[in-house]
Ligand binder design. Structure first.
Ligand code: SAH
Length: 241
């Protein structure tokens, strides 16, 4: 990254309450390079410009830490991680988190796996599969303290996919843009069916771009009934409400 963008990243992170040391900034620098190289060969991300990568991928991912919902030694699954967002930035700035980036697309998970190794991030264990299937496996059901997610599905769908993966008392932290209000009533209904309730909605603006963001926090209060998540594709086709 050019010095200007390193400074931009450091300043924006500080605005979000995160101090990046030199090691972390270097890791972001290398992440940017690996993303750029890989994007030449495959369709990983539409964002290529360096400043845009810093703001729309790195800073945007770091903003999931707002509110302190990811503070502590927690097992965190990133539902629909794509090229590793927010999982990889979170792994860089928070060594105490254990991250499981999950995606249905193998080549994306292969990229995340290669990248985590290249950066020496030992707290990242990528997983390929659909959340509907993974959420029914003993190794993953009710095993996570947190599920984070960015730009994957509507809130009612996310609630059905995420809650089965959480232990009782765990939290879904869903990053959402400006239109979240419309999704909240159905998400509330969905949460009630899968053993949760909406705990809090944080409303804030990102540094520099001033883009509006919400963190919707859903708490798992009860065990999820066995019939959820429904089979692949059904949560999206017929969302709970
Ligand atoms: N979170 C990333 C990627 C968003 S694109 C980012 O913010 O940049 C959405 C990703 O979710 C895609 O890579 C898609 O493969 C994945 N996805 C969508 N539905 C899924 C499901 N049911 N299970 C697992 N992955 C899913």
């Amino acid at each position: 990254m050019i010095p200007e963008n390193r400074t931009l990243l450091n300043d924006a992170a500080r605005d979000l309450g995160v101090t990046l040391d030199d090691r972390s900034t270097d890791l972001f620098d290398r992440l940017h390079l690996l993303l750029d190289e890989a994007s030449d060969g495959m369709n990983l991300t539409t964002i290529r410009d360096e400043r845009e990568v810093v703001l729309k991928h790195f800073v945007d991912s770091i903003s999931c830490l707002r509110g302190g919902f990811l503070d502590g030694e927690l097992g965190v699954l990133d539902l629909g991680t794509g090229a590793g967002f927010p999982a990889l930035p979170l792994a860089i700035v928070r060594a105490d988190l254990t991250l499981t980036p999950l995606d249905a697309t193998r080549r994306k998970i292969d990229f995340v796996d290669r990248t985590a190794r290249a950066l020496g991030l030992k707290n990242v264990t990528p997983l390929v599969g659909r959340a509907e299937t993974i959420g029914r496996q003993d190794a993953h059901r009710a095993r996570y303290d947190r599920v984070v997610t960015r730009a994957v599905a509507s809130l009612p769908v996310l609630v059905e996919l995420a809650l089965p993966l959480l232990r009782v008392g765990g939290l879904l932290v869903a990053q959402k843009g400006p239109g979240v209000a419309e999704e909240l009533p159905d998400a509330e209904g969905a949460a009630a069916q899968v053993g949760g309730r909406i705990h809090e909605v944080q409303d804030f603006r990102l540094p520099v771009t001033n883009d509006r963001r919400h963190l919707v926090v859903v708490e798992k209060t009860h065990e999820t009934p066995d019939r959820y998540p429904r089979r692949e594709g059904v949560p999206t086709k017929h969302p709970l409400s």
